[in-house]
Write a protein of this length. Sequence first.
Length: 395
Amino acid sequence: MAEHYDTVVVGGGLLGCLTAWMSARDGARVLLVDKDQVNQHASGQNAGSLHFQLEYRMVEAGAEAARVAAEAMPLHLDAANMWACMEEEIKEPLGVRQTGGLMVAENADQVGVLEFKAELERSWGLDVRTLDRTELDAVAPYLSPGIVAANFSPLEGKADARTAAPAVGRAAIAAGATVRTRSRLVGAHRATKGWDLTLRQTDRAGTERTHTVRTAAVVIAAGIWTTAIGRLFDAVLPTVPLALMMTVTSKVPRFIPHLVQHAGARLSLKQSLDNTVLIGGGWPARLMSDAHGAPDLDIKPRLVPASLAGNARAAVATVPALARVPAVRSWAGATTVAPDQLPLVGPVGGAPGVFVATGGSAFTLGPSFARVLAGLLAGASPDIDLTPYDPARFA
Ligand SMILES: Cc1cc2nc3c(=O)[nH]c(=O)nc-3n(C[C@H](O)[C@H](O)[C@H](O)COP(=O)(O)OP(=O)(O)OC[C@H]3O[C@@H](n4cnc5c(N)ncnc54)[C@H](O)[C@@H]3O)c2cc1C
């Protein structure tokens, strides 16, 4: 006889773990499955930035693109509040520090971007203001003298991407959820009330076993694999995979209290709680391809030396002291955005009981995505208008 669940969550990244935890806490019988291990992919490879200002990739494409991206601001504000109390609720440290974030500018054009951006963000309710050089000398003396202004948001900061999802996964188990790793969703069929899901479990010796579970609801929290999982439910969920790179330095006495981003260059950096500096900001790695030239998402992306050099140059130009701090490791990971840069969040059209969330900064936004999904699973009407993020907008 098939096992029965109220909800099967597909994907053990931060988003899947948060959704499983919240739903189990609501009293649902929850199964979380991951084809690999919890936190093995984007959620464990990312920069851990909690950024609520619009990112460089959102402002570089011009004012209209920024206005569209700003439509996700209700999710940003919700996530900012949720990160602030997450450690208390999970009852484990997650490395959360919301000590403020700066988006810096080096010239008049970039200052213009900052002023436009701050006004747009404030119109959605984000606390952000533009600091001039004198104010920066007081709060961020580590910045290069070439930085002339910055937008400051006190809500921004960081969390520890290495530990956050596993800790939330443990909280999900404590709340009653079942977590199965090396368990891949390979098929889905409509049942009278819900779905029969075919899972392929691989044991430590590599032996595969296929079995079926029946569930009333399904949550697709599968990151870059979202489009492929959508096909199992005959749903069109377009996502664009992006391979990105990160570098971590050796430990250095604490001197950067903020999350630092740039208004005119790909750059994010922050000092971790272990005193290393994490440098990234959207420099491309190389996605691997299959025999037909399509991206092969199951192969790790490759580092691109020119990206590493460009990222290092941007970091040193912004924080000159980094020139004397050795880099110790660089890695590549893959993440996903929707074609219009807004996330996909909500019910999957044509597949009753199936829900999805992905796209963009799903580490920062994981808590708000998960809260919305858990609410939908419990049958509640969402308290955030989900229309702009409707997964059906591309169908
Ligand atoms: C280098 C880099 C830096 C980044 N920096 C930031 C940042 O600073 N801040 C930020 O907010 N975001 C950042 N991101 C983006 C962020 O990492 C992702 O948006 C977020 O982690 C996505 O979480 P997720 O849980 O949705 O997906 P993932 O963490 O990718 O988890 C999806 C899971 O689904 C599982 N899965 C897939 N298919 C199946 C299947 N068929 N059956 C079972 N399981 C399946 C996978 O094994 C995987 O574990 C960055 C990304 C990268 C790559």
